[in-house]
Write a protein that binds this ligand. Structure first.
Ligand SMILES: [Zn+2]
Length: 250
């Protein structure tokens, strides 16, 4: 009999009949890797920080014997994503994201806060997974099957339904509160913004913008011009709310 013990919030991902005691027991009829076995119960491997088989830490490719006792621990706000680990020998170099279309508004919010974030409706699942894997980006999605792709090392199954909850969830999980740099990145193309002199952008401004605003930024990628309009108050309020909620203990 194989025993799997899912810890922390991994329990929420299990089929309903296993949620109560977070334990799965069954007769193993086939040879399998521990990654495939765990994922067959609905838990994508990027959600996992550590696996123990009979008390010994193992990688995703470890074979499971018929009497194995397996402990599975989740990634969390205490995880160190920037250092090598047994499950992820090639760590992140920074917190950069690729966001699936099913959480597209989360992607916009991440750019608002200054995080390097890719998303596009034209990217299919294989391409999204490949970019996440090859370019060391964190994949954010609500699609478990996308996260289960082997090439994906870093990713998170977004639990929140509302974008305002999702952004807090991500900031909290990856400890990004102190890395927020609002209005430093283009919402259209992900390029960085630089301070532009008014006289240099004058020709591209509407008459009222020209009249009332003096501080401008321009995207180094697509050239879009930004200025602090009335939407700025709403953004400041939203940012304060994110910081307050992200600071709370989980
Ligand atoms: Zn741009």
């Amino acid at each position: 009999m194989v025993t799997l013990h899912f810890n922390g919030n991994l329990v929420d991902l299990l089929p309903r009949q296993f949620i109560k005691d977070s334990l799965v027991r069954f007769d193993l009829q086939r040879q399998t890797s521990v990654k495939d076995l765990i994922e067959s119960f609905g838990v994508p491997h990027p959600e996992i920080e550590k696996i123990l088989i009979d008390g010994a830490e193992t990688g995703f490719g470890a074979a499971v014997h018929p009497h194995a006792e397996i402990e599975i621990f989740p990634i969390s706000s205490a995880s160190d994503f920037l250092s090598p680990s047994l499950l992820r020998p090639d760590p992140l170099v920074d917190f950069r994201f690729i966001v699936d279309v099913n959480v597209g508004k989360l992607g916009v919010k991440l750019r608002h806060l200054g995080f390097d974030t890719l998303f596009s409706e034209s990217l299919g699942d294989p391409r999204i997974a490949a970019i996440a894997g090859c370019r060391r980006r964190i994949l954010l999605t609500r699609d478990r099957n996308l996260l289960k792709r082997k090439v994906v090392d870093f990713g998170h199954l977004v639990r929140g339904k509302r974008p305002s909850d999702q952004i807090v969830e991500v900031i909290r999980l990856y400890g990004l509160r102190n890395k927020i740099n609002p209005c430093s990145r283009c919402l259209l193309c992900n390029g960085l913004l630089y301070a532009a002199r008014k006289e240099d952008v004058l020709g591209a401004l509407e008459p009222l913008t020209k009249k009332y605003y003096t501080v401008f930024h321009q995207c180094e990628g697509c050239g879009k011009i930004y200025w602090a309009g009335s939407h700025r108050d709403n953004m400041d309020r939203e940012l304060r709310d994110i910081l307050r909620r992200a600071a709370r203990a989980i």
